[in-house]
Each structure stands twice: as C-alpha cells, then as structure tokens.
Design a protein around this ligand. Structure first.
Ligand code: ADP
Ligand code: MG
Ligand code: MG
Length: 889
C-alpha cells in the first residue's frame, strides 16, 4: 500500500483516505489553483500507527521520498541553515472535528535556520516572529505544554514594551521571547525544543495521529456518531508567509453568504499575520471587501478563484488563503457550513443557476434543518442583551421567569406563570419542574446530559452547558459575565436553536415557514420572503420524488385539518382513548364497573352516538383520504380514579358515617383492576376480548359514521386497526365480530362501506408470526414505540429520565432508540414482518405510526424496507415529506 500522496495525486473524492483537508487541497492543486506544494499521509498510516503503536515500516521512507521531491521542487531543504524550507503539519480527518490536534506552522526553523530565513527574507523581525510561533505551537500541541504560559510571556513582553499588538514587537523583543519560550519548553516538557527539522516534523506527525484519540475527540465522535476507526490524515504543506509585512496577510472567505446564500463578498482579512491569528481574534480583521483597496491584483484573483470553486463544487465553499508579498496562495477549501435557512435558499439558488438538479438539491438540505425552521423564534429586530451562550440542546424560543428548583417551577406554573428552570445540571428529581417549565437552562453538561436528553424527548426548549453563567441554586440566583445577578423571578429568554441566553423578555414571532404551511403566507406573494419561497420549492421537489406516503397521527378534526394543510395524505393513527376522557369518563367508568350485561349495554349505548359523532367529523375533515382508527388501547385503570385519592375518600366517609356504597364499590374495582405492569397488562386487543361489546360498539360507531358520510355524498375511507395483537387468533375473534357488525350496518344503510381491518405490529411475537397474522389483516401498522419498548424491555415512560443519560454517555447508543429506530434490533423485526406479511398477502398495506414516522433517519429506513407510508404528528409531516423525498434520491 501507498501511505503518502502528493497533492498532485489526490482528489476530492478521496476523503476517506486523505481526510477532508487533504482531498480538497489535492482537488485545488489539480484545478490549477495556487496551492503551496505538499503531500498527505493517509488515514491508513494513522490506523496502523494507532493499532500497533508504531509507524508502518514503509512510512518513513515514503515520507523521505516525498520530502526529497518537495525539496527539489522548492529548491531548498527542510530547515537548511542558510535558506530553509519550512512546512506546516496539519491534521485533517474525514469530518472536521474539534478536539483534534491543531496545526503546527513554520516547522524547520531552528537557532541556525532562523538566521538564514532572516537573511533570505531581508527581514529579521519576520524570522524571529516565525520562530517564536513555532516554539509556541509546537510546545503546546506536540509537547503538551500549557499554552497560557506562552501567552502570558507574550503579554509580558508587550507590556514591558508598552505596546498593545504583537506586530509592534521588534526583532530584538521577539528574539528574547524565543529564549523565554525555549526555557518554558525545557521546564515544562523536560526536554529541549528539538533543533533537528526532521525530528520536528516526525514528532508533529505522531502528535496528529495521537490526537485522534484524545478524550474530547472521542466524545465528539460518539455524540456525532462518527466511527472511531476512521483515523486522521496528516498534511505536510510548504509554508507561505502572511507575516512578511503590510503587503502580506491572511484571510478566510465564503463564496456566498452562509446566512442568506446571497452572492457577494464575505470574509475577513488580516494584514501582516499568520493563519491562526484570524481565528484567534488577536488583532482586528478588516472586511474582505477592503482587500480590493489593499491589493487589487490579489483581490481580483481571489474573486476569480471563488467563482471557479463554486462552479466546480457546485456549492457554497469556505476558503483560507494567504498573501505573501502580493502573491496569493490557497490553503484550504471545503463545502461550507451554513444556517438551516441558507441551506434551503442555496439549494434553490443553485438549481436556478443550473448548477444542480432537483434531486441533487434535495441532498443539500435535511429534515432536521426544516424542523429547526419551524420553531417559533425570537424577533430578530428586538433589542436584546445577550448574557451567555451554551449548547443548543433542544430547539425553540422560550421566555419566562427564572426559577432555580423544580418545586418552584411547578408551583409558579400552576398559578399561570411562565418559568425557565435554571439548574447547574438536572437529574431525575427535576422532571416535574422540567415539564412545568417553558424551557430549561443549565450551566453544565453537553448534548447528552440529562437536561438535553429529556428536553429533546419532551420537545422542550433547552440550552445546556452555558458555562459562563454561575448558577447558585442554594441562593436561588445566577451571576452572568460582568457580574449582573439574575434573581428568582427575573425574566430570561433562551434560544434552544442557537444556545443564546438573554436577560429580559425577547419577543417571540411565529416561524414564517409554519405560517406558510398553515396557509397564512403564500410563496410568490410580495411579502413572502425568500426562505418561504425556497421551502415551498424544496417541498415540491420532495413530493415529486418520494415513494412513501405521509399520514398524520391525529385524533380530532382540528388536528386532521392542520395535518392536511401540512400535506398529510390521510390519518395513520387515530387514538380513540382520547375520546373517552372528559365528561365521557363517567360513562366509561360505569362500563368498566358494570356487573351485568344489561348495565354494560346501557353505557355502551350511551357511548355509541358520541363515538359516532367523533368519527363523522373526522371522516369529513379527511374526506377522500384514508383514516386508520385504532380501537381502544390503553390499560383500563387510566380511566379510573386514583387509588389513593379514592381510599382517602372512602375512609373519610366511613369515619363520618356517611353513605359511601358507590365509592366502596369503585375502590374494590380499582383494586381488582390494579396492575403492577399496566403496559404489559389488560390493554389493546385484550380489552376487546374481555369486555363484551366494547370493540363492537366502536366498530359500529365507525361503520355508522362512514354510512352517514356516504349518505351525505362524502368519501369516507375508514380502516379499523386492532392494537397489541400477539397472535392471529386474537385478531380472528375480533374480526369475526367486526365483520358481522359491518354487514349489519351495510344492510341497514344500503351502502358499501369498504372498511378494511388490520392490526398493529408492536409485539415481538406479532412480528415473528406476521405471516400468520397477515391471513386475518388487510394492513399492518408498525407501532414502533411499543415495539421498541417490548424488544428492548425498556419502559419508555421511565428510561429517558433514569438511565438513558448514562447509556448515551457510555456510547451504548448515540441517540435514544425511541427517537431514531434501532435498525439492527427493532428494525430487523420490522423488515422480517413486512416480508412475511407480504408473502401471505401481496397487497398487504404497510405503514408505521409512532414518533419514528417523523424522524429523518427512521424515515429513510422505512423507505428502504418498502413500507407504503409513515404516520407522524401533524407538525412532523413536512419533515417526513422532505425526508421521504430525500430517501428516494
Ligand atoms: P484548521 O483546521 O484549524 O483550520 P489548518 O491546518 O487549516 O488548521 O491551519 C491553521 C491556519 O494556518 C490556517 O489559517 C491556515 O490557513 C494556516 N496554514 C496552514 N498551513 C499553512 C502554510 N503551509 N502556509 C501558511 N499558512 C498555513
Ligand atoms: Mg483551516
Ligand atoms: Mg402501542
């Protein structure tokens, strides 16, 4: 194998091997752009080194050969005393990764060659400045010396000289600083700063390799689900100098505005500086547009190059460049990061420019970005005072009074206050407070902290790890940078999409994208902004491409209508249990407690017209589209009074010697029906089998509602779904009764109702016997919430708050299996059941309901396994549509 590639040998598609930086340096080299020559050591070499602790045997010679070639080409040798070749050693993994080793510039300088460099450049100051930078970067990143020691020494030198910026230090000052820096290295690292250029280079290369496995890098990979075995490449690049005086400098630029996508001149430039100065914010940069005045020739060339790059990558690129005495050099490019809104705009702009087609455009955006655009947000024009910034853990804009404990959060929110729960970090005891709060703010913890995980699960706004905020829960206050104190009750605003924290109330405006989906804003209208226009067009691209249909989980007409506006093609899950609450609860109570068949029928008779009315409205709102109605599913005790409360009532009545026959009867029934494990108890189809008449009443209500809609010239398309089936026998019994009822209603109304009957697949046994179940089912709907719960043996109501944080931190999974489908486990059951079901019944309709239906990654999986539709909550529908389109590209 070949471990080293010259920049002329690689290309942009070799990111696995050369890393992102190396692959793109090669690509630019081959495009004929001015890239300083160099070579890339592959990720393969890194892997061997990390596995065995040693470089691959061939590496040293290969590096020597490439170095020889580089030296020949540049006409000087690495670190040569009278005229040294200098190089940078730069890390570069496939994905850019914080926590990896920084770059070391100016490798090759030593006590001797610094003199040569000074002579060649005719500039002492420059040479000593470069040398002190090398010792500083090398000391910090390769030898592990605390960087602050160097920074403090630099500060001290500036103070001694009474200057404020480093460019004002003269050669003599820098020379002294070098001595100082070398001393720091000697004491801190216990060795001299290496004078051999090749040793410098080799040590730097190894340090880059090793940095793949720093704790920070590992944590980042786990969180972003980047595999741990990719390794990093190392780029060795000949130096060009931006610190050679005012006609030199360095800068960064975007080929278009990463916030709006607009074309124009976006970037920063810093005169007389080396690369890292720009990012480090050591001196003030000027806008890139000023370069036109400073160095017109380089400016024009840069504009030309940016156009070349855009046309070549067909996307927004960001770049790093350096100008050395009026000569422009390109040091890096990559397809640039952008905001969610800009992603949509840029994708459509590029289609309009003819650079990409619709299918390609779909690959340039994703559902997570769309979801982000759908959250309400803070008014951009509002005057705000930002006091901190943490990790954007769960999106949204939340405003409320600061509270510092769960108890107060609950108490205040009960009395109608909006509160933001502020904690150092949260734990399971904070759950009530988190539910009560508008948003959650913590000063500790990352994306997988308890606060972040639970907030995302609840869809609640959360900013975590805002470390500059000092939270003092005991004294119920928080100190922000600058010393201002936020007391309990002071209003704060947090932005879960940016991680920003503000004092006071920032006005919240609805998302224009939601206004558009709701039909309150129209693309193409004068007031529609470019974002809405872009989203509108991308949704059309997706709808044209996708095979999966998208339905909604909706229980009432209002949700159904919203779902339709959002593009739902039917209802995939209507939960009937919500129709049994409120003032109907008493009827249900009577049904459950009935001792005789007659009593039972009495309550069923009263429930029937109510149920029917629900369905009439629902079918009307979804006229012409399928509506899957799930028969009653949850454990019965959910409809009964709380056992403790009832016991107290009975005891009280007893002691007062008041009549309490009914309460007593109720209490006995509640005791009788009490279950240790309700989620695995009397629910779903089991209810239908043990409470005579319950399911038939529901089926009758559906059938009669459909008949009524038919009579009104409507087009009802009801599908009856039996939950929690584990064996085909259960389904057969329910079916037989249902068929009878439907036939009766059809005969009575004279209408052909075409009701189909199917089942949920949400128990492992159902999935494993799907072939048999399909004999009795016209459709399957995968209930992936319960299926995940039963396959993993996780109680979904408890685990997120209890041990999931630990699981996520240990990397057992990167994301909750209730959020994204566990392809290997739950997913294989879905696959298996889909296949077996279709073998029995080729026209079996397959769908999924449960929140996975609106999760981007899961949607792709459902597309791949050949389901017909996904169903999700109304707000997730646009995301599901977009991802279904992307999956089909
Ligand atoms: P990062 O990934 O942190 O941006 P880079 O490897 O790109 O690290 O380098 C850090 C800075 O040093 C950048 O500004 C880059 O442009 C600059 N730089 C890297 N190599 C060279 C070089 N050979 N000559 C001049 N500047 C360089
Ligand atoms: Mg860079
Ligand atoms: Mg279920």
């Amino acid at each position: 194998v070949k471990f080293v590639y010259d920049f002329t040998e690689g290309n942009k598609d070799l990111k696995d091997l050369l890393g992102g930086k190396g692959a793109n340096l090669a690509e630019m080299t081959n495009l004929g752009l001015p890239v300083p020559p160099g070579f890339t050591i592959t990720t393969e070499a890194c892997k061997v080194y990390l596995d065995s602790g040693e470089e691959p045997a061939a590496l040293r010679d290969e590096v020597s050969a490439h170095l020889d070639a580089l030296e020949a080409r540049m006409g000087k040798k690495l670190g040569q005393a009278d005229d040294p070749l200098l190089v940078s050693v730069r890390s570069g993994a496939k994905f850019s990764m914080p926590g990896m080793m920084d770059t070391v510039l100016n490798i090759g300088l030593s006590d001797k060659s610094v003199q040569g460099l000074a002579k060649q450049a005719g500039d002492d100051r420059f040479a000593w400045d470069s040398y002190r930078r090398l010792i500083q970067m090398f000391g910090k990143t390769v030898l592990g010396v605390d960087g602050e020691l160097f920074e403090d020494a630099l500060e001290a030198a500036k103070t001694a000289k009474k200057v404020t910026v480093d460019t004002e230090l003269e050669a003599a000052d820098l020379k002294k600083l070098v001595t100082k820096f070398k001393k720091i290295v000697k004491t801190e690292a216990g060795r001299d700063f290496p004078q051999s250029p090749r040793e410098q280079m080799d040590l730097a290369i190894h340090a880059v390799f090793d940095s793949w496995n720093t704790d920070r890098a590992k944590l980042y990979r786990r969180q972003e689900r980047i595999p741990h075995d990719l390794g990093t490449a190392v780029n060795v690049c000949s130096m060009v100098f931006g610190n050679l005086g005012p006609d030199s400098g360095t800068g960064v630029a975007f080929t278009r505005d990463p916030a709006s996508g607009h074309q124009g001149v976006y970037g920063d430039y810093l005169q007389n500086a080396q690369g890292e100065d720009v990012v480090a914010g050591i001196r003030n940069t000027v806008p890139l547009a000023d370069l036109e005045r400073i160095d017109k020739k380089s400016y024009d060339q840069l504009m030309q190059i940016m156009e070349t790059l855009e046309n070549h990558y067909k996307d927004l690129c960001d770049i790093e460049f350096t100008i050395e005495r009026g000569v422009l050099w390109m040091l890096q490019t990559r397809v640039g990061k952008r905001t969610a809104g800009a992603a949509f705009r840029i994708a459509t702009q590029l289609v309009d420019q003819g650079l990409i087609d619709e299918a390609e455009a779909l690959t340039r955006v994703n559902g997570a970005q769309l979801a982000q655009l759908m959250f309400p947000r803070f008014d951009e024009d509002a005057k705000v005072s930002q006091v901190g910034r943490g990790i954007a853990a769960s999106p949204g804009a939340a405003v409320g009074k600061a509270v510092f404990d769960s108890y107060t959060a609950v108490k205040w929110s009960r009395s109608g206050e909006k509160v933001i729960l502020i904690r150092r970090e949260t734990n399971p005891d904070d759950l009530d407070g988190m539910i009560a709060a508008e948003g959650i703010l913590t000063s500790r913890g990352g994306k997988t902290s308890h606060a972040a995980v639970v907030a995302r699960g609840m869809g609640k706004t959360c900013v975590c790890g805002a470390e500059e905020l000092e939270v003092d829960t005991k004294r119920r206050r928080m100190t922000v940078p600058g010393g201002h104190v936020v007391e309990e009750g002071d209003v704060v605003s947090i932005d879960g999409s940016s991680g920003k924290v503000y004092l006071g109330e920032v006005p919240v405006v609805p998302s224009p994208v939601v206004e558009y989906f709701e039909g309150r804003m129209h693309p193409g209208a004068d007031d529609a902004d470019e974002l809405v226009e872009a989203v509108h067009r991308m949704m059309a691209f997706a709808d044209r491409k996708r095979r999966l249909r998208v339905r909604a989980n909706a229980d009432n007409a209002e949700d159904a209508l919203r779902a339709r506006r959002f593009g739902a093609q039917g209802i995939g899950l209507c939960r009937t249990e919500h129709m049994f609450l409120g003032d109907r609860r008493e009827l249900v109570e009577r049904l459950i407690l009935a001792d005789t068949q007659a009593e039972r029928e009495e309550s069923l008779k009263e429930l029937l017209p109510l149920q029917k009315q629900d369905f009439v409205q629902l079918f009307e709102s979804m006229d012409g589209l399928p509506v899957t109605v799930r028969l009653l599913d949850p454990p019965l005790h959910e409809f009964l009074p709380d056992i403790t409360e009832l016991s107290v009532r009975v005891a009280l009545a007893e002691s007062r010697q008041e009549p309490h026959e009914n309460e007593l009867r109720l209490l006995q029934a509640v005791h009788r029906l009490h279950e240790q494990n309700p989620m695995l108890g009397l629910r779903g189809v089991r209810l239908g089998l043990v409470i005579p008449g319950l399911f038939t009443m529901q089926v009758r209500a559906i059938a009669e509602a459909a008949a009524e809609r038919k009579a009104a010239k409507g087009d009802p398309r009801a599908e009856i779904m039996i939950p929690l089936v584990g064996t085909v026998q259960e389904l057969e019994i329910v079916r037989e009764e249902a068929d009878k009822v439907i036939a009766e209603v059809e005969a009575a109304s004279g209408a052909q109702l075409k009701l189909s009957i199917g089942t949920m697949i949400e128990l492992p046994r159902a999935a494993l016997t799907a072939g048999q179940i399909a004999e009795a089912a016209q459709f399957f709907s995968f209930g992936t919430n319960d299926l995940t719960q039963t396959v993993w043996g996780f109680s979904r109501d408890d685990v997120e708050a209890s041990f999931f944080t630990a699981y996520l931190e240990k990397g057992i999974f990167g994301v909750s299996p209730f959020e994204t489908i566990d392809k290997d486990g739950v997913g294989s059951l879905v696959k298996l059941a889909a296949k077996a079901g279709r073998e029995t019944r080729p026209d079996l309709k397959l769908g999924v309901c449960g929140e996975h239906g609106g999760d981007p990654e899961s949607v792709h999986f459902f597309h791949e396994v050949g389901l017909d539709y996904v169903s999700c909550s109304p707000f997730r529908i646009p995301v599901a549509r977009l991802e279904a389109g992307r999956a089909a590209v």
